[in-house]
Design a protein around this ligand. Structure first.
Ligand code: SF4
Length: 440
């Protein structure tokens, strides 16, 4: 369909279609999704076969931390130019893989195709196979040109690449009846809050797919007893295929919000089928919940009854909602324009149907909602920071790039501390005062 046909499809939808087309033009691509999923494999090199613009477009869009190697932070690209487009870039790619391996000695090299290299038909698989033979290092082709779809499609492609080339290629030193894989927490520091919970329960996380991941741990992910999908459903297909291929059952769990965390731990213990573990889990839940409630009591006294407006377009913005509710704060969610269906469903589950208001999002409209609801704070990314200044209320930045997470019991406490600190900070009085020279 031509773009003008889309714009003119029906008079009623004219504006809506125009906006959705323009918006899609600014969105992520499949290549972005594949990178997002695989770059947290920290001891691997990630090499992009395409023009350098592709890598600049998405690199560092999401934060992922490492407790060991920092090789994943380096950008590698074949930087394709006109010559490569006319004569082909496969040879250049092969040389780039060899050079990357020679200089950095990565545990593996993930090689990503882009729109340009896919359109000219460069043989990605061939270059990877030849380079793997030459170097003796695993070289993983990830065929994810941006034009095949959006971010979620790229995440699925990444999962398929792992299944095809990585999972099942090595054996762990030993296995236990309590080995699980965590699937789907790649973007922020959630792993840091979730892993200690399993450690305390005696459950071993064999492989994290992905987040602070070593290449080798993905290789032996096929020996886990259970796959736990912790966020994105894009990797659900991979978990289903692992069930078919290796007989590993999977469950989808959520580690945001006390009730969700408690239920998730119960479900995992039940699925591992050990009565002793289930008993330990119940004791652990009781202990953690009461300790957390005790800590939250102080913050609740100070902020109970406050109202916050939250911009739900930021990734995982919903994760702060349950913490706010726990403190007795009223939440007014706005702007579902860019929120994924998954995120919208989570918000609706937390706040009820029809809870998200304002489908268009101009600063004036947000300002109006703040005034109408007598809101005490705006939670948003940087795009509406100055709207809060105009409204003379505090604002809290919850951009996905920040290295924090509201997951796990520790995450709830951290979120409560952030809400309290922002709502009660004396700095806002100064920010909203006229500048000294304005009174002269
Ligand atoms: S892969 Fe394609 S859509 Fe994605 S950034 Fe590169 S050129 Fe753009």
């Amino acid at each position: 369909m031509k773009s003008e046909d889309v714009f003119n499809k029906s008079p009623d939808h004219k504006t809506q279609n125009r906006e959705s087309v323009l918006r899609e033009g600014q969105e992520d691509c499949a290549f972005d999704g594949a990178m997002l999923t695989l770059v947290p494999i920290t001891d691997a090199a990630h090499l992009i076969h395409g023009p350098s613009g592709c890598i600049n477009n998405c690199w560092g869009n999401r934060s992922s931390l490492s407790s060991n190697s920092i090789l994943y932070k380096a950008r590698f690209s074949t930087d394709m130019d006109e010559n490569d487009i006319i004569f082909g870039g496969a040879k250049k790619l092969y040389n780039a893989i060899i050079e990357t391996q020679r200089r950095y000695k990565p545990a593996a090299v993930f090689v990503y195709s882009t729109c340009v290299s896919a359109l000219i038909g460069d043989d990605l698989n061939g270059a990877c196979t030849d380079a793997a033979v030459q170097t003796g290092t695993p070289i993983i082709p990830v065929d994810c040109p941006g034009f095949v779809g959006r971010k979620n499609r790229g995440m699925r492609i990444a999962g398929e690449a792992l299944l095809e080339h990585v999972i099942g290629t090595a054996e762990p030193d030993f296995t236990t009846p309590y080995d699980i894989n965590l699937i789907g927490e790649s973007n922020i520091a959630a792993m840091w809050n979730i892993l200690p919970l399993f450690e305390k329960l005696g459950i071993r996380v064999l492989s994290k797919i992905t987040g602070d991941t070593r290449y080798k741990e993905v290789c032996y992910a096929h020996r886990a007893k259970l796959n736990v999908i912790t966020s994105s459903i894009a990797l659900l297909k991979m978990a289903k295929k692992m069930e078919e291929r290796f007989g590993i059952p999977y469950i989808q769990e959520c580690f945001y919000g006390i009730e969700n965390i408690n239920q998730s731990l119960r479900n995992i213990a039940a699925k591992l089928g050990d009565s002793d573990l289930q008993e330990r889990t119940e004791k652990f839940i009781a202990l953690e919940t009461s300790a957390l409630e005790e800590k939250l009591a102080f913050y609740r006294t100070s902020v109970q009854g406050k109202r916050i407006v939250i911009d739900t377009q930021e990734l995982k913005s919903w994760s702060i909602i349950s913490a706010a509710q726990k403190l007795g704060i009223e939440v007014i969610p706005i702007s579902a324009v860019k929120s994924s269906q998954e995120d919208k469903a989570r918000i609706q589950k937390l706040l009820g149907k029809d809870s998200i208001i304002l489908q268009q999002n101009t600063p004036e409209e947000i300002l109006q909602i703040i005034h109408e609801n007598k809101a005490d704070m705006l939670i948003t990314g940087e795009r509406y920071q100055h709207t809060s200044v105009k409204a003379e209320i505090p604002s809290l930045d919850i951009k996905a790039e920040q290295n924090h997470s509201n997951a796990g019991y520790a995450g709830i406490l951290e979120a409560a501390q952030k809400l309290y600190a922002t709502l009660t900070s004396p700095v806002w009085k100064l920010v909203h005062k006229p500048a000294p020279w304005e009174n002269r």
